[in-house]
Design a protein around this ligand. Structure first.
Ligand code: CIR
Length: 280
């Protein structure tokens, strides 16, 4: 909280926005991983029943098609049944300026996921690591990155020490980057609670309590539609979760290319749109 207040205390909000406006990135590449046959034994806080594996595969295929439709070349990694949650590739790396910062996921059952992702990413870009220090954990789902700012959720998964180190690593590849730790409660990751709908405008799940004020305005979704706050703007279009009228309307108001994807089976395991890919 103090970090945020001191960051913005002497800033004129208009100047701040002009300098740090969230500009959605253009992505040419994506990495996804096929769902593991062990998917249903992953971690979840939801009480929505067991995922139907037939639907899991179908929804994953639709997700890949949507990324391709938006212009990304998608690399599809084989399923890894040792790691039930390994389909959620977003959590194991943060990519900026063609550098992958390999994260330190908090959950012991997910920590091994970083090894194969490090190998895959190191073939196509520079990679770096967070220090092996148990006070530092970071899940990529807590990192909302734009060209100039990184909002980093301090959550059940990401510690302040981890966030601070991630900010340092980001600043090594981009000295203009400003990192903003945002303590959250009520949702798994920061991006389960908010994503950028537009440059400068976040869309929020009201179940996500913020222990700090944000530098950007936000639109709150109706409580029963909060899950839809996880959107994926990509290359001038946007992917949104199917079955949520408010986000569908907002997306159509602002984007000409909107793809609604049924995420029901990933939601059962606490996953949402952004979790299923790494983009650059
Ligand atoms: C987990 O609890 O780690 C997975 N079942 C869900 C991770 C979702 N990832 C994300 O929001 N970035």
């Amino acid at each position: 909280m103090q970090i945020i207040q001191s960051l913005f205390a002497d800033q004129n909000p208009d100047e701040f926005l002009a300098r740090y406006a969230y500009t959605p990135k253009q992505f040419t590449h994506a990495i996804v991983r096929r769902p593991a046959e062990t998917f249903a034994s992953g971690i979840t806080t939801q009480h929505l029943g067991q995922p139907d594996m037939r639907l899991v595969y179908r929804q994953h295929d639709a997700y890949i098609n949507a990324l391709e439709h938006m212009g990304a070349r998608v690399t599809i990694l084989d399923a890894d049944k040792r790691y039930p949650d390994s389909v959620f590739v977003e959590d194991v790396a943060v990519i900026h300026h063609n550098t992958a910062i390999i994260t330190r996921p908090a959950e012991p059952s997910r920590q091994g996921e970083v090894n194969s992702m490090r190998e895959v990413l190191s073939e196509v870009m520079a990679t770096t690591e967070l220090d092996a220090d148990d006070t530092m954990t970071v899940d990529g789902g807590d990192v909302l990155l734009s060209h100039a700012t990184a909002l980093i959720g301090i959550s059940r998964r990401t510690t302040l020490a981890g966030a601070r180190q991630l900010i340092k690593k980001l600043q090594l590849v981009d000295k203009e980057m400003i990192g903003i730790p945002v303590p959250i409660e009520g949702v798994l990751h920061l991006k389960s609670g908010m994503t950028a709908l537009l440059p400068d405008v976040l869309v929020r799940n009201t179940a996500c309590s913020l222990m700090a004020s944000l530098p950007f305005p936000s639109i709150e979704l109706p409580a029963e539609e909060g899950y839809a706050a996880n959107t994926l703007p990509i290359n001038g279009g946007i992917l949104v979760s199917k079955g949520f009228p408010t986000i569908a309307r907002l997306a159509r108001e602002h984007y000409s290319k909107v793809i609604e994807l049924d995420m029901s089976e990933f939601r059962k395991m606490d996953g949402s749109l952004t979790c299923l890919s790494l983009l650059w």
